[in-house]
Design a binder for this molecule. Structure first.
Ligand code: NAD
Ligand code: ZN
Length: 246
């Protein structure tokens, strides 16, 4: 891809870089987005299962869906997009990765400074004593999953539709974004409000905002640059341009 010259110059001068990722970055690893192809499970849409009401009504069904998704995530490998973000963390002076993804692929790619604002599919949380713990069983041995401490029903440690975000995590994201030179927003539709709000905060504070997405999204009109294409292709190309200039 031919990148605008001023974009490469801005990236070269950047010291503090933030990245916001959504389901799109993992699409090339074979993890379906909710709204794209392969996003349906049985006849259900994600919006019907990823809610506290759905879990209350039928915890077995919701856990079965997570069991299925955990199977997909376990088989998936980080793709070139994930791997470049891990290199970027070492390259720029300051770096923070804010992800809406729950698949754990950024950690497996090697990123260390990650805020998982929607939680993690490999963690469960007790509905009674609130213990948060890791669980890597695939498939799950017993559904619904039970707390190892008090044997009450546990739930996926995920922020579901209609639930509140962890305020401390959001504060940390805001803090970093409000002083960033660059924000890359990758593979997110912006149907969920938070990435849009975070992008606006960064922009108000003077950051250059760059979207990578093969399609237009709710962010396209807000950002300084929209790079149209798959993140697994665009990110390595973009990063090699920056590195070659130094
Ligand atoms: P989303 O709202 O983040 O939308 C996906 C976006 O990715 C779309 O705009 C699409 O055009 C873009 N995209 C598709 N392929 C791409 C590629 N190769 N490169 C770059 N961009 C690409 O995601 P959603 O699926 O609507 O899900 C909403 C929320 O559900 C997520 O924020 C997440 O919390 C959860 N979710 C997580 C995962 C995961 O962890 N991998 C997967 C599905 C859903
Ligand atoms: Zn418990």
């Amino acid at each position: 891809m031919q990148f605008p010259e001023n974009l490469i110059q801005i990236l070269n001068a950047a010291k503090r870089v933030a990245v916001i990722t959504g389901a799109g970055i993992s699409q090339e690893s074979g993890v379906p987005t909710f709204r794209g192809e392969g996003g349906l499970w049985k006849q259900f849409r994600a919006e019907e299962l990823a809610t506290p009401e759905a879990f209350q009504r039928n915890p077995v069904l919701v856990w079965e869906w997570y069991d299925y998704r955990r199977g997909i995530c376990q088989k998936a490998e980080p793709n070139p997009g994930h791997l470049v973000l891990a290199e970027m963390e070492n390259y720029f002076e300051e770096f923070l990765l804010i992800t809406q993804n729950v698949d754990g692929l950024h950690g497996r790619a090697g990123n260390r400074k990650i805020l998982e604002i929607h939680g993690n599919i490999w963690k469960a949380r007790c509905t009674v004593c609130r213990k948060i713990y890791e669980n890597f069983e695939v498939p799950l041995i017993k559904i619904p999953v039970r707390c190892p401490d008090c044997d009450s029903i546990a739930r996926p440690h995920i922020v579901w539709f209609g639930e509140n975000y962890d305020t401390e995590i959001l504060w940390e994201a805001n803090e970093f974004l409000s002083k960033s030179d660059i924000v890359l927003i990758i593979g997110t539709s912006g149907m969920v409000q938070i990435p849009v709000q975070l992008t606006e905060i960064a922009k108000r504070n003077g950051a250059t905002t760059i979207e990578i997405n093969p399609e237009k999204s709710h962010l396209t009109n807000i950002v300084s640059f929209h790079l149209e294409g798959k993140s697994g292709i665009i990110l390595p190309e973009l990063f090699s341009m920056i590195r070659n200039r130094k």
